[in-house]
Every structure is written in structure tokens, then in C-alpha cells.
Design a protein around this ligand. Sequence first.
Ligand code: SAM
Length: 240
Amino acid sequence: THFGFEQVAESEKAGRVRGVFSSVAQKYDVMNDLMSAGMHRLWKRFTVELANVRPGERVLDVAGGTADLSLAFAERAGRSGQVWLTDINHSMLSVGRDRTINKGFLLPVAQCDAEKLPFPDNHFDLVTVAFGLRNMTHKDVALAEMRRVLRPGGRLLVLEFSHIWKPLSKAYDVYSFKVLPWLGKKVANDSASYQYLAESIRMHPDQPTLAGMLRAAGLDRVEYFNLAAGAVALHRGYKL
Ligand code: SAM
């Protein structure tokens, strides 16, 4: 069955996204490893390196889900720092919160929409969103919110699926639309969510377009780094 995500009205998108992540939360980590052949760990490691969090810094992980990035940041920010794990989805957030506690961290956690962040202006040294922006209904609003809560000089990192190097795109399509839903069915008994994943990836803006969106949201010195031949890109911008 076809998820038909392209056709759904904008107002329905949030509800669909909620359904997808409530349904995949328990299997989310193992599916990430399977689908990316473990590569998502490298992409996140690269993000953590580039983020270069120093002791005492304040960090906001938007759409933080199962807390991979939050945990890495918490180790670096130390006791004098502050790392917020946030997500709109309660199921994802509970998996993330349990993981942080099991690893010996007690991070502040908030269930909130990236389009309406419950934080004051000019508060964070670093804001990150990994594989989350794609799911947001009004990306421009979300990006403006992330900029608002950054302090002047602070940086925003956006890790997201992007547009793969052209010669590989046919093979990647087969992988996304045939292999992914099949894996989703086998492992999580949920092919629709993984069909959604493939469609949301294909519809997401390419590297230069997203860079333009960061600039339009008021971020400066915007640049991006391609990972896995552009299948994933890390964008960075500063609030100056
Ligand atoms: N950052 C984690 C990672 O890299 O593994 C989780 C990424 S997961 C693919 C996407 C997350 O975005 C989900 O947990 C979902 O609930 C969250 N999300 C979707 N729309 C959101 C919104 N408007 N505000 C905040 N989080 C949102």
C-alpha cells in the first residue's frame, strides 16, 4: 500500500508524523542501525565533532528523540553545562529519557514543538536538530525559533537526509522504496512508516535550498558538509 504522503494536506502532516514516531519509537534505534548499516553513528559523530561543545555550554537538542546527540553533548558540556533533550513526541521522548538515565545522566527534558519553543531569546550556545527538520510542517517557522533561542554568536547544526550524488540516485531510489519498506515490515512490522520515511526524504529540499532557508531565517555564515555522497548533509549557521 502506498502511504500517499505527497497528497496529504498540510494540516494532516503533524498527525501523520505523530503516528509514525509513536509507532516506531521502540524499534527506532535498531532500525536506524539496520537501515543505514550503522552509518548514522558516523554522521552523528561528525556532528558532535563539528559542534565542539565545551564545558559549561548550554545546548538544545530539538527533535532529540532517543537522545543520541544529547548524550554526546552532555558528556562534553559537563556538570557546569546544560543539555536539553526535547521532542514533540511522547513515545520517542520516553525512550530517550530512559536511555539518558540508564547511562547515568539526568538531563532536563521537554515535550515541545520546534515551531514554538518554550525557551527565552538568546539562551543557547548551540541548537541542533538531527533528522527532525524534515518532519516539521513549517520549516521556516521552526528555523526562526531555533535562531531566536540562540545567543548572539551561537551556532545551529541541522543534520538531515539530503540529495545524493546524481549517478547514485537510481540505486538509492530502489533502496528507499523497495528495501526500506521491506525492512520496516520484517523488523518493526510496519512498512507504512518506512514508506513515509522514503517519501519524506525525497521531498526534502536539497543542500543549496536548505542553506537558503537557513539564511532566510536570519542565520549567517551558512555552509554545509555532504556525508555519504550527499545522502545526508550537515548544515551549519551562526546567529551573529
Ligand atoms: N534526533 C534523533 C536522531 O537523530 O536519532 C531523532 C530523529 S527522528 C527521525 C525525528 C524526530 O522528530 C521524532 O522523534 C519526531 O517526534 C520529531 N519531530 C517531528 N516533528 C517535530 C516538531 N514539530 N517538533 C519537535 N520534534 C518533532
